[in-house]
Design a protein. Structure first.
Length: 255
């Protein structure tokens, strides 16, 4: 009789252990599946947020370029008898119609920019500016935030080429906006409780961030990682982000 109960007890213990093991395994599986679902939902949210933000910024820039393009078709700009002061005053009056634009510059094919300085014309050499070099080749460009030689303020420039009747580039129209413009567009974007948004230029330079100092100093995490080991993972993540053309979610560690 004792032997019978001994065998039964062993069976109960084994069965109970098996049930407990299966229960623990199911709990672990449920937790992992739950984490996976949460992770997938977060990734989907991040991708949607990034795409929506990019589309909003793109649309605002497109509208701004349409406005500048309309101004560049004004006959006075192609009238060689019209004084430069009169051309710049035309831009000034039109700039007041757009809340983003601060000033205009009219550049010739040699990189000499003419800007309005009160009631006189100020001449500035922009030949070495990357935005001018790219635009005079026939491209519409948006510059990274730079200190303006015209105002000394941090500005972003939106530039379009001017063409003559033979479709030859004869100059550049450049509209300047506050250097914090892009940062203002992403300021209210919050991911979770502490997540934030920033915009990088093609080389990794910060062009929009809640910390204005990063913009003023043209902070580049990729370059900084050469001297700061704690930025290595972040830099690798950003290099990949700049190379890929697909929207995706990546990860990095910061120590």
């Amino acid at each position: 009789m004792k032997k019978r109960f001994s065998i039964l007890n062993k069976f109960v213990i084994i069965l109970g252990s098996l049930i407990l093991t299966i229960g623990i395994a199911l709990v672990i599986l449920a937790v992992r599946l739950s984490r996976k679902a949460v992770r997938e939902n977060v990734e989907t949210y991040l991708l949607d947020k990034a795409v929506d933000t990019a589309e909003i910024i793109d649309q605002r820039i497109i509208v701004l370029f349409q406005f500048i393009d309309g101004l560049s078709r004004a006959p006075i700009l192609y009238d060689n008898t019209a004084p430069m002061l009169q051309k710049l005053q035309y831009f000034k009056s039109e700039a007041q119609k757009h809340p983003i634009i601060e000033t205009f510059a009219l550049c010739d094919a040699n990189g000499i920019a003419y800007v309005l300085n009160g009631d006189t014309v100020k001449v500035i050499n922009t030949q070495d500016r990357s935005w001018y070099q790219a635009t005079v080749k026939g491209n519409r460009t948006v510059s990274q935030p730079n200190l303006s030689r015209e105002t000394g303020k941090l500005q972003i420039r939106f530039n379009i080429p001017l063409y003559d009747d033979n479709q030859k580039v004869i100059g550049v129209v450049s509209a300047a906006a506050d250097g914090q413009m892009l940062s203002d567009l992403i300021n209210d974007i919050v991911i979770g409780k502490t997540g934030e948004c920033c915009i990088l230029g093609l080389t990794g330079t910060m062009v929009a961030h809640k910390n204005q100092e990063f913009i003023e100093k043209s902070y580049n995490i990729i370059e900084s990682a050469a001297n700061k080991a704690e930025l290595t993972s972040v830099a690798a993540f950003l290099r990949h982000a700049l190379k890929t053309e697909e929207s995706e979610v990546g990860y990095y560690t910061y120590q």
